[in-house]
Design a protein around this ligand. Structure first.
Ligand code: N01
Length: 534
């Protein structure tokens, strides 16, 4: 799309990931003028950037797809149960072409500022290319895991080899063959990247701070006929997933607490899930997310599998997580634990042996020195608020959005926040977000936003924002939904911890997709109760 200078349009959509693609399509279809802005050179969002070897989705592809279009569903075929990054990016390219959304995106363009002008009831946006745009509505489909946590190790700037990040894997060829590779970070990204790095490299050193639970994906070719069967009832499937499931995926629903079963039955259930593969290991018993004893039954089962798989007892022991299973994101692995049986893989436990510096030729820890040619960082993200902060969004008084959230993000339904009229933040903190299927969640949220805008336009409203009271009530409800779970008590990127008093805010909404959808629909049906319209 040609650069547009000084245009005034209805909606700016920021980000061309799976949410932004749908938002541009849906809002345009509703008769609004829309401009999309994307920092990368093309569509794809996280699947554009996270092109590291081994990158793969951890939800079944048949769930992790657009469900709004029969045509897209019919004309695309997933090849595997869990699609790999190249196929996911190809899918988003395909959907973008089908929907012809690229013509409305400004690519290679970053939003550098967006300020609400109350007199004009418009956001005034500035961009890295000099284009300035005013828009009545601003929709931030910037994702929750897109602002990467940068590495900050002493000596890194003197390192003589190549340095890459999984979250922004370079587009040019990264030579891994024959290299001594240092991988730092063992969350989903590091655990996925490790086996192919070990396969290609001369040696892989995995620098682990916290061992995490990983369960086998048991990936397989797509099941014959399954996609066609869902396609025949796609609209019903979409409605069922968003309004009658907790995560907008086809998960088995736990029926009973652990204690309902004998020890043998418990083991049989766990074993069957291990063989089936997938993150449903988190949802076998009704009480495993709330009761430590129940949780330990599942955690011990997974720890036993690690001991069984990894032949070196010291390495196996260092890989065993000590926190309850499921309180951090459960990782789906493809050969991660077996990888440690290779002679060219070394696990370095940097909790007991911290990294002291990076030198031109490698990594020095308290106890040893490792010669490295290629450094791979998989350090995670400034989750939820990082990508919003980057856009420098300011209210009418010039106060930056995220600076108001020093005690955790605040909003109504995760969609909007006080002081920032007409700013929508779909799938952010306060919504099911990273706990649910982001394709369906984006579809739901953007449909809701489209309805909200249509409601405003048909009644001639200039602006909408939540009331303080409604925001307080939502914050209380989000906190209540999180308080029953073990998750809240353990540090991870979903928990905001206030340093002064140690109070904790669980950022995503743990009440489940179905409950979220019910509430959001009720708000809309009631003429957007809890919002100030002017
Ligand atoms: O990031 P993470 P991620 N020194 O935050 C370590 C999604 N995702 O990119 O645990 C040393 O989980 C840190 O150590 P610790 C998914 O939602 C999905 O892996 O803080 N180490 C940790 O090991 C996922 O949950 C898919 O002690 C440092 C790691 O870096 C989310 O993205 C694939 C460090 C960060 O782990 C994030 O996953 C990939 C330091 N200074 C990602 N700082 C799939 O769909 C951090 N670490 C499968």
């Amino acid at each position: 799309m040609a650069e547009r200078l000084d245009v005034d349009i209805d909606v700016v959509v920021v980000g061309a990931g799976l949410g932004g693609i749908y938002a541009v399509h849906r809002l345009r279809q509703a008769g609004l003028s829309v401009v999309g802005i994307e920092g990368a050179s093309d569509v794809g969002g996280v699947w554009f950037h996270n092109r590291y070897p081994g990158a793969r989705v951890d939800l079944a592809s048949l769930d992790y797809s657009y469900h709004f279009s029969d045509k897209i569903w019919r004309e695309w075929r997933w090849s595997e149960r869990y699609a790999a990054q190249p196929e996911l990016l190809a899918y988003l390219n395909f959907a973008s072409s089908e929907l012809d959304v690229r013509r409305d995106f400004l690519f290679d363009t970053w939003v550098t500022g967006a300020r609400w002008n109350a007199a004009r009831a418009r956001y005034e946006l500035t961009t890295s290319t000099g284009a300035s745009i005013t828009a009545k509505y601003l929709v931030m489909t910037t994702g929750q895991l897109s602002a990467a946590r940068p590495p900050a190790f002493p000596g890194l700037d003197q390192f003589g080899g190549r340095v890459v990040m999984t979250s922004h894997w370079p587009h040019d060829h990264v030579e891994t063959r024959g290299k001594r590779i240092g991988l730092i970070g063992t969350g989903s990204s590091g655990v996925q990247a490790a086996p192919p790095l070990a396969e290609a490299g001369e040696h892989l050193y995995v620098f682990q701070r916290t061992p995490n639970y990983a369960v086998p994906a048991q990936n397989a070719p797509a099941e014959e006929g399954a996609q066609e069967a869902i396609g025949a009832r796609l609209a019903d499937e979409r409605e069922r997933l968003i309004s009658a499931t907790r995560r907008a995926v086809n998960d088995p629903i736990p029926q009973h607490p652990v204690g309902h079963y004998s020890k043998q039955e418990q083991q049989a259930i766990l074993r069957a899930q291990w063989e089936r593969g997938g993150t449903s290991m988190n949802r076998l018993f009704t009480d495993q997310g709330t009761d430590l004893v129940a949780n330990t039954v599942v955690a011990d089962f997974v720890r036993d599998r690690v001991r069984e798989t990894v032949t070196d007892a010291r390495t196996a022991e260092a890989l065993l997580p000590t926190y309850p299973i499921g309180v951090r994101r459960l990782i789906l692995e493809n050969g991660y634990y077996e990888m440690y049986n290779r002679e060219n893989v070394t696990l370095v436990d940097i909790r007991s042996e911290p990294i002291t510096e990076i030198t031109p030729g490698g990594i020095r820890t308290r106890d040893a020195y490792y010669e490295i040619d290629l450094l791979v960082f998989a350090l995670g993200f400034d989750a939820f608020t990082g990508s919003l902060r980057g856009a420098n969004i300011r209210d009418a008084q010039g106060v930056e959005l995220t600076s108001r959230w020093t005690r955790g993000p605040r909003n109504l339904l995760g969609m909007m926040t006080t002081g920032f009229p007409n700013l929508f933040m779909p799938t952010g903190a306060g919504s099911p977000s990273v706990l649910a299927n982001l394709f369906l969640q984006n579809e739901f949220a953007i449909d809701w936003i489209t309805d909200c805008i249509a409601f405003m336009e048909s009644r001639g409203y200039a602006s909408i924002e939540p009331t303080e009271e409604a925001e307080d009530e939502w914050a209380a409800h989000v906190a209540e939904a999180a308080n029953t779970g073990l998750r809240m008590q353990y540090d991870n990127y979903m928990v905001h911890v206030n340093k002064d008093d140690g109070s904790r805010v669980f950022m995503p909404y743990l009440g489940g997709m179905e409950s979220y959808v019910k509430r959001a629909r009720a708000v809309a049906a009631d003429g957007f109760t809890g919002f100030k319209l002017s």
